[in-house]
Ligand binder design. Sequence first.
Ligand code: GRF
Length: 238
Amino acid sequence: MSSQNLSLRLGVLISGSGSNLQALIDAIEDYQLPGVEIALVVSNIADAYGLQRALKHRLPAIYLPWGQPTVGTQFIAPEFIAPKSEMSESESRLTTLLHLFQVDLIVLAGWMRILSTAFLEQFPQRVINIHPALLPDNGTGNTFTTRNETQIPVFRGLHAVQQALDAGVKVTGSCVHFVTPEVDAGPVICREEVAIEEGDTEETLHERLKDVDERLKVVEHRLIVEAVGGLKVLNEPG
Ligand code: GRF
């Protein structure tokens, strides 16, 4: 945490629409997150709409081209990804920027790149992510027990919502968790369950996916604000 003003300075990393970034901006502007400020927004996509949102609110915003292939083209699961032990050139640049802007907490808000172990080791317990599925408290393991004591699989990676629908589970949800080298497998900060409606037989899978996606977005916008607010309080001197 910055020593001068006891603020919590966020570095928000985005790759797309930036609706979670917007949720943070709105919460800060509505005085829901006292002492929290957005120090820097970084996008690995030049025309990500989230960059426009940042600029509209006069936040420092940077496009940082990224070397490694986009994760959008592959299924990500911890067992498939061996996090690299060395930082890429892009990660070194990102590190420099985060230090330059005195970022205390890095928020992955729809950031579609995997960060290496070497990068993450620089910021222990300082990188958080939003994941649209239910993860167990410690983030690991392959089953999650819901509030009504039903065991469901843990869905990780880019297609977690689709996987939940394909598996026919009755409940999914969203989590904010600390980022560890294994993808979508870090300790959970906050979490909320979302029921998957039965839907009528006419409904296409695409429509159901859209519906669940939309309901999850509403939840995650609330969760990211709650998680940042909680971490701010934890960081305050006692
Ligand atoms: C969200 O759906 C989040 O669950 C996932 O990426 C998406 C980002 O959306 N990690 P946005 O760019 O914040 O609108």
